[in-house]
Ligand binder design. Structure first.
Ligand code: ASP
Length: 335
């Protein structure tokens, strides 16, 4: 009898441990006109290395049982600090030749969220969004008010020069002359312009909790305090333990109109679609039919990972508890 009880205990312990080790993380660094012919080997390697480092940060934290929201924030911070991407330090210029950044984060367990729009002096907008989630009675703050809140809660601030990047400036000058508003990685741009993007992360942690976060400089030459999908919960970001965690990238106006991230969740919850089917439907049959371009990454409550995009490519990657990383850029890359 005693032996049986001991065996049962051992079995339960083993099951809990193996369950507790399940986790997954998916990331993106923007979607757009990313064609293999436009990439030198070196450039491709640079982007792959950045995605790899981001995944390593997330993987190590998840192995140490960090929460999904902490992992989202830390990985987005890394991408925000990397000028390769259109978020934080690498943010594009708006029509006034300045930077206005948007970010959001959502906890799939509590459905609590934090979002900020149009901030200019915050080093890591996603961390300000996290402060809103943790320490504000509101869920979405914008402009100078968001910055005042950030300063009073210890968010790191920087001067406008921190975001100044000669390459981005030339990109903006071109767009500004032509008076066009463009995605960071849109078509007729030069090589530099085609290869940067918004960043996003979706995570399932060892406790089975989901979270998602997105951060962006928005669209080059954007006007009038324009806000994209990235800080809008349900459009660019959504997480719900019952279904999935999603982060989007692309032409924000269409993702807002399609409520793309929430749509993926709703297709799983109400239609019983699989994670991959829900992402495909949201991108191809919702965003795509409106004329929008872009993509999304997602994880579900079983730790599955999905990507969907209707552009030539999307910087993307994922890793699960087995440690095998998947990193891809082009449509032709297998995920
Ligand atoms: N979705 C972002 C926006 O519209 C841009 C991007 O993903 O590159 O602001």
């Amino acid at each position: 009898m005693k032996i049986l009880v001991k065996l049962q205990l051992l079995f339960t312990l083993m099951m809990t441990q193996s369950m507790a080790q399940n986790f997954s993380i998916a990331i993106h660094g923007g979607a757009g006109n990313l064609l293999p012919k436009n990439f030198s080997e070196e450039r491709e390697a640079t982007y792959r290395a950045a995605l790899d480092s981001a995944l390593t940060i997330g993987y190590e934290m998840l192995q140490d049982s960090a929460s999904a929201t902490d992992v989202c924030e830390a990985v987005v911070n890394y991408l925000e600090n990397n000028p390769l991407f259109n978020a934080g330090r690498g943010s594009v210029f708006n029509a006034e030749g300045q930077h206005e950044m948007d970010a959001s984060i959502m906890d799939g367990k509590t459905l609590n969220t934090g979002a900020v729009a149009g901030v200019s002096l915050i080093k890591n907008p996603v961390s300000l969004a996290r402060l809103v989630l943790d320490s504000s009675e509101h869920v979405f703050l914008s402009g100078p008010g968001a910055e005042t809140f950030g300063k009073s809660h210890g968010a790191a601030t920087v001067s406008a020069e921190y975001f100044h990047n000669e390459r981005r400036y030339r990109q903006w000058e071109k767009a500004n002359k032509k008076s066009v508003i463009k995605l960071d990685h849109d078509g007729d741009a030069d090589m530099e312009e085609k290869k940067h993007g918004t960043v996003g992360v979706a995570v399932m942690d060892v406790f089975g909790n989901l979270a998602a976060a997105t951060s962006t400089g928005g669209m080059t030459n954007k006007k009038y305090g324009r806000v994209g999908d990235s800080p809008i919960i349900g459009a660019g970001t959504y997480a719900n333990n019952a279904t999935c965690a999603v982060s989007c990238t692309g032409h924000g106006e269409y993702f807002i109109r399609a409520q793309a991230a929430f749509e993926a969740h709703a297709l799983m919850q109400y239609k019983g679609q699989s994670l991959q089917d829900a992402c495909n439907t949201a991108i191809y049959e919702r965003v795509g039919v409106l004329g929008g371009e872009g993509g999304m990454i997602a994880v579900d409550s079983k730790g599955n990972v999905a990507y969907a995009f209707n552009t030539a490519g999307m910087y993307r990657g994922s890793v699960r508890q087995d440690g095998e990383k998947h990193i891809a850029i082009f449509k032709t890359n297998s995920d």
